[in-house]
Design a protein around this ligand. Structure first.
Ligand code: 13P
Ligand code: SF4
Length: 304
């Protein structure tokens, strides 16, 4: 059944001149049929450079919205219209406008996990791959507002020493990972290196070996001589880690680290999305142009 489904998707993909982009947290069979699998930064770059007319975005809403901002002439489809990101929804444009009034001289950096109208009110956008170098490149005498992830924001403060006003947002999936989970995994796999995502809490960060975006985790595992890894992020990435490193072992730190929104996208929904050309993600032009400015500035800063 699945191979029939995959054939139909491939055929329709050609007919529609579509490209399938998938985030590293997607279900394994979705990652396997994608033209490109990556982290938020890699997917943004792909979306801005593709020559396809249609982008089927296997991820969550803010990612498809980012693709629509960067490639306004393309049709961007999200196969499940309810695949949102609770962290992105923790800050609104109204919230940010009020915060800017309190700190009128601050530069605003928003994490890509944010709505388009928040990006439109920001000076810079960043992902977990480039948040530290991006903030580090800003003029030293300027205060910075960082929204919405307080944990990524604190990680940036600790790595840049900058004066940053944080917003109390967080990722509910990464918040489920605890320092106790790491300790228990270390007991089971004492030789393993712990890779954690900067969306994790400071307590988790304190007992991890490497803080990396999902794309950086994939590179690190491939380039390292270490053979065992404990993974403190959404479990979907373990699929690609195993596929790319058949001689190494990867242990998820917690089976609670599953993002239900990322898991909404299935092969069936991808097929229906291409058949019915839905759900189209668009951004009003005035918001889009201002949001694109923040994203373009991000794409000028190379990931570490
Ligand atoms: P990255 O893949 O950019 O590390 O981001 C993780 C994430 O939470 C996306 O929602
Ligand atoms: Fe949002 Fe967290 Fe899911 Fe990423 S893992 S999409 S930050 S809820």
């Amino acid at each position: 059944m699945s191979s029939e489904l995959i054939e139909k998707i491939q055929r329709l993909k050609q007919d529609r001149n579509a490209v399938i982009l998938a985030h590293n947290y997607q279900l394994g069979d979705v990652q396997d049929i994608a033209d490109f699998v990556g982290d938020s930064l890699g997917l943004s770059v792909q979306a801005s450079q593709t020559e396809a007319e249609v982008i089927v975005f296997c991820g969550v809403h803010f990612m498809a919205e980012t693709a629509a901002i960067l490639s306004p002439e393309k049709t961007v489809l999200l196969p499940d219209k309810n695949a949102g990101c609770p962290m992105a929804d923790m800050v609104t444009a109204e919230d940010l406008a009020k915060l800017k009034e309190k700190h009128p001289d601050a530069l605003v950096v928003c994490y890509v996990n944010s709505p388009a109208d928040v990006k439109a009110l920001s000076d810079y956008c960043c992902t977990s791959s480039n948040a530290v170098p991006l903030v580090g490149s800003l003029p030293e005498d300027r205060k910075i507002i960082f929204v919405p992830d307080k944990y990524l924001g604190q990680f940036v403060i600790d790595n840049t020493g900058r004066d940053i006003v944080l917003w109390p947002g967080y990722c509910p999936t990464h918040a489920r990972i605890s320092a106790e989970d790491i300790a228990a995994a270390r007991q089971l796999h004492p030789e393993a290196l712990v890779m954690a995502h900067p969306e994790c809490s400071e307590q988790v960060r304190a007992c991890s070996d490497q803080m990396l975006s999902t794309g950086q985790m994939l590179k690190f595992a491939q380039n390292s001589d270490i053979r065992q890894f404990i993974i403190a992020t959404e479990t979907g990435i373990i699929h690609t880690l195993k596929k790319q490193n058949p001689d190494k072992e990867f242990f998820g730190v917690s089976d609670k680290a599953i993002c239900p929104n990322m898991k909404r996208i299935t092969l069936e929904k991808i097929l229906w999305s291409l058949e019915d050309m839905q759900y189209k993600i668009t951004v009003p032009d005035d918001i889009r142009q201002r949001a694109q400015r923040a994203l373009d500035r991000m794409l000028e800063v190379l990931p570490t």
